[in-house]
Write a protein that binds this ligand. Sequence first.
Ligand code: DX5
Ligand code: ZN
Length: 229
Amino acid sequence: MSFDRKIKIAPSILSADFANFGAECQAIEAQGADWVHVDVMDGHFVPNITFGPSTCAAIRPHIKGVMDVHLMIAPVDPYIDAFAQAGADVITAHVEAGPHIHRTLQAIRGAGAKAGLALNPGTPASAAAPLLDMVDLICVMTVNPGFGGQTFINSQVTQVAKLRAMIGDRPIHIEIDGGITPDTAPLMAAAGADVLVAGSGVFKGGSVDNPAPYGDNIRAIRAAAQKVL
Ligand code: DX5
Ligand code: ZN
């Protein structure tokens, strides 16, 4: 995985057809997705349950590019090796998920994956400050984690700008996750985000049998974001 700050669109398969993940991953990549964002939820850290490492391993062969696994689970540490072995390129854990985020990030890199740190909307950007040399990506939640299709939380624009200044020249991606559309993407791109996760914003109007809307949606979000750079 090489590093750059170009805008990358990462569709979240939380909005895909759960009975058809392989074909959905292939369809979004064929339609221009840069990364595939995989939301893992445990019904404990967040009020929803999705799936675990065996599903990630099953979809891995259907993804040519980056598999970006967002863990909304607590505890995290006992499962890191399983997600790394499932083929995750990036494993992101929440700073709020336990008392030992430093150890968690060490374990993610130790397992051979890129380390991501996610911040909930109620968590200040400064929570990332002591961890900057341990992370490859910071995920700023622009909704409360747990569900797709929620409304973008505007106050997170300031958080992204603060993180962008804090990061300086370090090779750290800023990812934003939740409520991303052609209307909200430019605010975040201008503030310094480079990885834009979008679930409902990409999958709306399409299906594996009619994937062209996925491409239209991806292009619309990318064009809106690039326009402000
Ligand atoms: C929320 C997830 C997001 C979500 C985004 O808990 O982490 O990745 O799927 O969905 P939209 O784009 O529909 O807000
Ligand atoms: Zn996510």
